[in-house]
Design a protein around this ligand. Structure first.
Ligand code: 3PY
Ligand code: MG
Length: 254
């Protein structure tokens, strides 16, 4: 399959997009999740045990249902990003990027030349060269592959102006949980100190040509940040299942 990134297209048209973090190495469950109407799924190799090998089957489950497969890598390392993209992800979440040099390094790892230094070979993402020449594939991959950079420490937040100046970053993504931890209020993104930093980041990103992204586990949180200009939202599979089950059990035990 020639990759076409429908999530990236929607963002380019000014739409908001919604995705779900997923970290079970189970393509059948991923298929079920993909059927629920998400724009994209983020297969999580950071806070999960997914390896590049797991990504292939999960990507197929998403592609089968017209959902954009994205992967979160465990680290900002070229050889790790390469394997997750080669396995077929249409985009890459890079966590814990704490310097502007790290942002540039992430883009260089995710893009082929002339922009980047991604290693080239016939791979699953390019259909192993079956449908298009490698020269065409490198241009397509550079066009379609999304780069999503996490801002989730005080150090990263302080440098957001520099992050927003790096070409070929699609989304600057606030990780409220890690950021709250970094600012001394672990797990409390509503603390005024954390909110102040998140609002500053949002102001800088929305004034730039990057899309503002954020993890929003509840509709209310997503709505608030949509009003602040965010257009790329993620929730988490377990959080949503937990809410559904607990709501059900509370009601039936009534
Ligand atoms: C965070 O909140 O730290 C995240 O990384 C969300 O995905
Ligand atoms: Mg995080």
């Amino acid at each position: 399959m020639l990759i076409e990134n429908t999530t990236k297209r929607k963002l380019q048209q000014g739409e908001a997009v919604f995705g779900c973090f997923f970290r079970q190495a189970d393509p059948t469950l991923a298929e079920f999740v993909a059927l629920q109407g998400w724009d994209f799924l983020v297969f999580d190799g950071e806070h999960g045990s997914l390896e590049a090998r797991d990504i292939e089957g999960l990507v197929r489950a998403a592609e089968l249902n017209g959902v954009t497969p994205i992967a979160r890598v465990p680290a900002n390392e070229a050889h790790v990003i390469l394997r997750f993209l080669d396995a077929g992800a249409h985009g890459i979440h890079i966590p814990w990027v704490n310097t502007v040099e790290g942002v540039e390094q992430a883009v260089m790892s995710a893009k082929y030349g002339p922009r980047g230094l991604r290693g080239l070979a016939g791979s699953r993402q390019g259909g192993w060269g079956s449908k298009e020449a490698l020269a065409d594939f490198t241009a397509r991959a550079n066009r379609e592959t999304m780069v999503i950079i996490h801002i989730e420490t005080a150090q990263a937040a302080a440098a957001v102006e520099d992050y927003a100046s790096i070409d070929d970053v699609d989304v600057l993504f606030i990780g409220p949980t890690d950021l709250s931890h970094s600012l001394g209020h672990p797990g409390n993104p509503d603390h005024p100190d954390v909110r102040r930093v998140m609002e500053r980041v949002a102001g800088v990103v929305t004034a730039s040509d990057k899309t503002l992204g954020i993890f929003a586990g509840t509709p209310a949180f997503a709505e608030e940040w949509h009003e602040r200009g965010a257009r790329y939202f993620t929730a988490g599979f377990e959080g949503l299942v937990k809410q559904g089950m607990q709501t059900y059990l509370t009601a039936v035990r009534g």
